[in-house]
Ligand binder design. Sequence first.
Ligand code: ADP
Ligand code: MG
Length: 613
Amino acid sequence: MATSQRLRRVPVKEHARVQVCVRLRPGVGTGQGQDAPCVRGVDSHSLEILNWRNEMETMKYRFDAFYGEKATQKDIYVGSVQPVLRHLLEGQNASILAYGPTGAGKTHTMLGNPDQPGVIPRALRDLLQMTRNSSGDEWKYSVSMSYLEIYQEKVLDLLEPSLHDLPIREDRNHHILVPGLTQKEITSFSDFESLFLPASANRTVASTKLNQRSSRSHAVLLVWVSQTQGWPPYARRAAKLCLIDLAGSEDNRRTGNKGLRLKESGAINTSLFVLSKVVDALNQGLPRVPYRDSKLTRLLQDSLGGTAHSVIVANIAPEKRYYFDTLTSLNFAAKSKQVVNKPFTQETLPDMAAKRPHEDSRDAEPEAKRLCFEEENQTPLEDKPLSSLIALENLEPAVAQQLLRLEALEKENKRAGSHGPPLLNTPRKERQGLLKQLGETREKLKVLEERQREMEAKAAWNKEHGPAPQLPPKLRKKAVVLPLQKVQTPKKKTQEEDTVTIIQQKRRGRKRKTSILDSENKAPTKWEMALRPDLLARGKENILALLNTGSEKDLTALHQIGKKKARLIVAWRDLHGLFEKVEDLEKIEGVSATQAASFVKANILNSLGNLLN
Ligand code: ADP
Ligand code: MG
């Protein structure tokens, strides 16, 4: 049958760019504290968000379109969705995806409500209208739909919920198919509603049973526009529109989910993570697009990129409580489009310190700063909100978030008296843990504050007397690659200096000295190295220099340091400043004293490599 059909092929426009627009929903709540806004629109393409790394800055993002809080459902539809629909009638696929954290307005954008219908009802109404209107030309159209959900990397048929875990296949024309998936023809909008509404209810029923499952699954409405021309054997073409309400993009791991929820987050994060890689690859024109790495992207393979017209609506919320999820969404959406704007003069650290918020008049402060962080009077460190200290250092998001959480907790606790009830609602063990964590955080911040003061004093001195002969080490250094050889200027070797001994451990700790070159001891059970103390000290200095100045990549060159540990080291350094000694590695959470010692042993010889040769 296929042989008798005339297939019209559209030249493939490799990896078409994905149009990205952002929609900011109106604020809810009190507008104070965590409900205070930290994002604002700039123009019809741009928005800015407070930079938590430096409260003197905002970050400006530019997109294909930006829809602010006042934008209507019609604005989004007419501006970003309607223009792609006509391509369906030309036999090209299209997809519209709503992305963003739970509560930011994805379902509102896609589905809406009877008073404010969203993208799905509007698109279906228009599409059905267009196919009817076009009946005069030689192409004849028919429209059909399927509705599915991807939950935990499994495809479930929402029109026939008994069908779950359906496979995804690709035919020889590279069309993606879901064999067994129910597909129903629709000729009118009421046909559509009669199928779609109960199917959506299927999803809602499941959600109440399973921990708001709907925010953890991707809902995909597929609309086929089949076209035939002439008389049998017909010329045919078909186009597919995918309308997707994605799972919430919030990082569920951060909220301490366990068990099923953690598994769900894993699956959501995998497919959203792959989606971001796919969008990235498409928008950068990379040769390989990793569609096959998740069910969602596999399903979208023929509707995202290639000849397809794709639009992502990243939904964001203005409130501070969504700050990090908003940043994640913006970074997902922006990718290469991100521009870091510095609308407020970026001052150097000492000068900035001289104009610390508590010494400034409020009028002199940039408006953006006031959006999120309340001005503080000069107060002892203990009384300052933790967030006011965030700008001191370039903290990792996870650390900053922990600070903000602790701050909220502390505020609540203060409100109820220092030993008050809010914490009493927390299980005892957890409460103790949190209080301990809070104490530790305060201690860390004290150290930071001291260093900051030192720097301020030195900077003031420098300003008056010119640069001091020896500048203090910067709190946060730009990573500089210092090859080990250059860290120490090798002294001229002497015979004595070359003495490295290895000790073979015997039972009960008795040891026997041997030479490193002793060929009789080929297979020792356990070796320990004993270096002359000055060489050991020099080796440690070399390692220390690398720990303090190396980038993540440099650090992975060390034995026992993988990517994860390298990241932890850099994060620790950012938070606490320089390591004083190599053994300080054990201060990093998750690194034991034994591991730190074993790390030194494993690296000491290499660090002396040039001295011993
Ligand atoms: P999500 O699907 O991303 O979890 P929802 O679409 O359910 O978020 O939105 C959360 C709440 O905010 C809903 O009550 C919704 O009606 C409301 N909402 C979202 N976006 C808007 C908007 N642009 N205008 C008015 N209300 C909105
Ligand atoms: Mg939703």
